[in-house]
Write a protein that binds this ligand. Structure first.
Ligand code: CA
Length: 227
């Protein structure tokens, strides 16, 4: 099936040029002309990639990006920034964009970046909600986990925690963040709860729970999911 790209851009000329080019490369293109519509399209019907302009009417690219991630979507996001917005690029990557291209850009370069992002696709859940790493297979919709094809029994909270790690893979997460986002409350005295559940997940998923390769401890900061 052809890969689907959501293009969020308010400059009509660029929108047309880009969507024509993407379609000629075999992609299915959906367009949104402002940030609000873009966010709604992105969350209503997830695509394989999102190209997101920074300066947009109604909702800027940063907010769209942040809210897409908060909604739990891990669709690769390629940001379009104007020349010289160096600080913006850094912020963009911090809030969950995967790559950025500076306007005016070379079309060949943009296509190469898109391909590169889509090639990383096996590490994100497909449209079927499956996520695989090593011998582990996670069914995000069916809330089931398999290891070497055998079901791994997880508690509801363990599954939520694993889902949270998957959605934030590569990001260092403090115990306080995890507690707030997975348990829904923040209290420093309860951070031990996070450690207990991480230990349990490691026991069930890591090849060697004593030398974790999936859920890494970041000294003094928290945890990072490395799949
Ligand atoms: Ca714009």
């Amino acid at each position: 099936m052809n890969e689907k790209i959501l293009l969020i851009e308010d400059e009509e000329a660029l929108l047309m040029t880009l969507s024509d080019r993407l379609e000629s490369e075999g992609y299915v293109v959906e367009c949104a002309r402002d940030g609000l519509t873009g966010y709604e399209r992105a969350t209503a019907d997830p695509t394989d990639l999102i190209i997101l302009d920074l300066m947009l009417p109604k909702k800027n690219g940063f907010d769209v990006c942040r809210e897409i991630r908060q909604a739990g979507l891990i669709t690769p996001i390629l940001m379009l920034t104007a020349r010289g917005q160096v600080v913006d690029k850094v912020v963009g990557l911090k809030i969950g964009a995967d790559d950025y291209v500076t306007k005016p850009f070379d079309m060949m370069e943009l296509m190469a970046r898109i391909e590169a992002l889509l090639r990383r696709a096996p590490s994100r859940p497909g449209n079927d909600g499956m996520f695989e790493f090593g011998s582990i297979r996670v069914d995000l919709r069916g809330t089931e986990v398999f290891r070497n094809g055998k079901p791994v029994p997880l508690s509801a909270r363990e599954f939520q925690l694993l889902r949270y790690f998957i959605e934030n893979r590569g990001v260092t997460l403090s115990r306080e963040d995890i507690l707030k986002d997975v348990w829904g409350y923040s209290a420093h005295t309860f951070t031990r709860t996070v450690d207990v559940h991480v230990a349990s997940l490691r026991q069930k998923l890591e090849k060697d729970p004593k030398q974790p390769a999936l859920i890494l401890t970041v000294q003094g900061l928290g945890y990072k999911f490395a799949a």
